[in-house]
Design a protein around this ligand. Structure first.
Ligand SMILES: [Zn+2]
Length: 364
């Protein structure tokens, strides 16, 4: 057979005015074909059925099931796109539209009837002013669940320590921070003669790589699991800079020991060049509960001299030590090719005032 029956049917079935002829032809063909091969006949429903001439059931059904063609695209093209996005994220469908406070976090979807975590239940208003906020999902691996906006920590005596600005943190991190302030920093502040009033939050949630290096591993800040602190302020106005060398060494060491006991990562001055002016705290989970505590409490005076010396004053006497080696070199070479620089003269000759200036310049 060089032609297929479906082709044949298609050719004829749509021509109503030729239906009589078509019926005749197809009936004849049907008679020839049906005995020829049942498999073939089953695959391609006999043309007889097309015209309801004693047809088997399946064929009628097949005919009734038209190939669905896409409807013409409605004028509201954007709406159609919205529908596709909704289908892609089934969670989004359940989300009430009112539950989207932050336009810059499109991926966030918080089922309102989510069970409160144990941490959330424990972090009452007696401990912290930390309202729950919707989960953050994305971009990338950023975000987290069970988030709070830590606005203040409530001390046992009901005083409040304002977190400035309020910190977006996972509940366990917020809880750890509150515990630290309430249990460790309250006695420290008491020893300084004034209660704590404010926590200087340098950075909390931020979707970024470690140390703001593009392409680096995701920082714990991107998981809302970290906070950077610069200072603790007391009610009397005093500010305790945690990395400030003028803050007493004893105070800074007490802070260091308390945070290293409570947080799994502590990075301060001396850890790398990114934490010289603040202390990073997080609750990163590592294998075998490995912890990092890197914070060098520097002495009040710099331990290492600055890399460049201070500008040499004009009135300074000539620098003999500096000039000597050059004088020696030129002496070794015989001084034939290059006459000794005038700068060297004063050094060897003594303290001639006019020549010390060039010598100073040459050393730079
Ligand atoms: Zn940090």
């Amino acid at each position: 057979m060089s032609f297929s029956l479906p082709d044949f049917r298609r050719k004829w079935s749509c021509r109503g005015y030729m239906s009589a002829g078509a019926a005749m032809v197809t009936a004849a063909l049907g008679l020839v074909l049906v005995p020829a091969g049942t498999a073939e006949a089953r695959k391609h429903p006999a043309p007889v059925d097309l015209f309801n001439l004693g047809t088997p059931r399946p064929r009628a059904a097949a005919h009734a099931a038209r190939i669905p063609l896409p409807r013409p695209r409605p004028a509201e093209a954007p709406k159609a796109q919205e529908k596709i996005t909704d289908e892609a994220s089934p969670e989004a469908e359940e989300k009430p539209p009112a539950d989207q406070p932050a336009a810059d976090k499109p991926a966030e979807a918080a089922p309102p009837q989510k069970q409160a975590s144990a941490c959330r239940l424990a972090l009452t208003e007696d401990i912290a002013i930390a309202p729950s906020i919707p989960d953050i999902r994305g971009p990338g691996a950023c975000g987290g669940e069970d988030l709070v906006r830590l606005e203040a920590v409530v001390l046992p005596d009901k005083r409040k320590v304002t977190v400035k600005p309020a910190a977006i943190l996972r509940c366990p991190m917020a809880s750890a921070l509150a515990d630290w302030l309430r249990k460790d920093m309250v006695p420290l502040a008491a020893s300084l003669g004034s209660p704590i009033s404010e926590l200087d939050n340098f950075d909390s949630f931020e979707c970024r790589g470690r140390n703001r290096v593009a392409g680096a591993m995701l920082s714990e800040h991107g998981k809302a699991n970290a906070i950077d602190i610069r200072a603790i302020k007391l009610a009397n106005g005093q500010s305790i800079g945690l990395t400030d060398r003028t803050t007493s060494r004893e105070v800074r060491e007490r802070v260091l020991h308390s945070v290293c006991a409570r947080f799994s990562t502590v990075l301060g001055p001396g850890s790398d060049w990114y934490h010289e002016d603040h202390v990073h705290l997080d609750l990163a989970q590592r294998r075998n509960d490995y912890r990092i505590c890197q914070w060098n409490v520097w002495d009040p005076l710099p331990q290492i001299a600055p890399l460049l010396p201070a500008e040499r004053p004009e009135e300074a006497p000539p620098r003999e030590v500096a000039a000597k080696p050059e004088a020696k070199e030129s002496a070794d070479e015989g001084g034939a090719e290059t006459p000794p620089d005038p700068a060297d003269k004063p050094a060897t000759d003594g303290n001639k005032a006019p020549s010390h200036k060039p010598a100073t310049k040459k050393r730079r």
